[in-house]
Design a protein. Structure first.
Length: 364
């Protein structure tokens, strides 16, 4: 395969994925309030729309259109083909990329990003594999081409950055955590974050697994185990070709599994859990505000974009604001009891569609 250029989208690409009703929901006689209209394209992906029925007002369904719509029968492989493969290709041609999963707890974010074993593996392990498949192909084709792949993995928990690949064993000794800095040439980075050089996919998958084990979890009355942190898995690729300097490029791919987007009220949260909720909402509402400002800019208005209002928006600044091909994967629960949260996810995803991106190649 050659290293042909992908067509670059000029807006954030927004995909939604509907998970099936869980066995618990089926047991509670929950019904699905979502219908999808998929228009399948040649690649097996579908643009389409989501129709959501208000369980209290059958007369008034709402409809939203998205770039890609994945129904309950969609395989992990298909999601990767539609969302991950393009990210691998553009990373290898020198464009930054970001895929982030957004949705309430239990809607399928981690399922999309990490997934299960074997054929059920998610986007991150597939990106890891495909990256090295493509690197091998490129190296076989052009022996002067050299690749350096580096990985980091961190989470933002209570507005504190925690290195998942170099964990502090006692979190109470974490203090303020790692700090976000800005380098005049290299841009925004997390100071002292472990970056590990990897030379094969197995090593990357191993780092993903060991990092995932270090993620923070706590209980609320609503969800026995819910993920209250944002995790960011980053792959950096440097390429050098002494015989063709135009191939000296650098790119960074962020694979982001956000904390649950649900509001905290009514969950019975108190004390530490409530504080976590407040901070998670701080990062997510800051993300919402950044998205709103970027939409205004896309509409031709001049507004200030408040990237510095949270750790999350600060570290995603370059991904959202500029030089990155960005895909938002919004995950949806079909259950009637999740109507409000699902509507809020759909509105959020719908707004993000308007954000313009202007990715340019990072040449070294
Ligand atoms: P989140 O990370 O958003 O909190 P999870 O990814 O952990 O949610 O998903 C919650 C549960 O639903 C998991 O047990 C997962 O296996 C299941 N699940 C989520 N999405 C799907 C899907 N598309 N198909 C089948 N099962 C899914
Ligand atoms: Mg999760």
């Amino acid at each position: 395969m050659g290293d042909e250029e992908e067509k670059k989208p000029d807006c954030v690409k927004v995909a939604v994925r509907l998970r099936p009703l869980s066995s618990k929901e089926l047991g509670n006689n929950e019904s699905s309030i979502i219908e999808l209209t998929e228009q399948t394209s040649g690649t097996g992906t579908a643009t389409g729309s989501v129709v959501i029925n208000d369980p209290d007002n059958k007369e008034k369904p709402s409809t939203f259109a998205f770039d890609i719509v994945f129904g309950t029968g969609t395989m992990q492989e298909t999601v990767f083909q539609a969302v991950g493969q393009a990210a691998v290709n553009s990373t290898l041609t020198g464009y930054n990329g970001t895929i982030f999963a957004y949705g309430q707890t239990g809607s399928g974010k981690s399922w999309c990003m990490m997934g299960g074993g074997g054929d059920l593996k998610g986007i991150i392990p597939r990106v890891n594999e495909q990256l090295f498949v493509r690197i091998d192909e490129l190296q076989q084709a052009v022996s002067s081409r050299k690749f350096l792949v580096m990985c980091s993995f961190f989470e933002i928990y209570n507005e504190i950055i925690f290195d998942l690949l170099n964990p502090v064993q006692d979190r109470s000794k974490l203090g303020a955590g790692l700090q976000v800095k800005e380098h005049p040439v290299l841009g925004i980075y997390v100071k002292d974050l472990q970056e590990i050089v990897v030379s094969d996919a197995d090593k990357l998958v191993q780092l993903m697994n060991s990092g995932t084990k270090n993620r923070a979890v706590s209980s609320t009355m609503m969800n026995s185990v819910s993920s209250r942190s944002h995790s960011i898995f980053t792959i950096k690729v440097h390429q050098k070709d002494d015989e063709d300097k135009s191939k000296n490029v650098f790119a960074k791919l962020n694979l982001v599994d956000l904390a649950g987007s649900e509001r905290q009220k009514g969950t019975g949260a108190s004390g530490q859990t409530l504080k976590e909720g407040a901070n998670i909402n701080k990062s997510l509402s800051a993300l919402g505000n950044v998205i709103n400002a970027l939409v205004e800019i896309a509409n031709g208005k001049k507004v200030f974009v408040p990237f510095r209002n949270s750790k999350l928006t600060r570290v995603l600044q370059e991904s959202l604001g500029g030089n990155s091909l960005c895909t938002m994967l919004a995950t949806l629960s079909p259950a009637a009891c999740n109507y409000e949260e699902t509507m809020s996810t759909l509105r959020y995803a719908n707004r993000a569609k308007a954000i313009k991106v202007s990715a340019t190649k990072n040449e070294e």
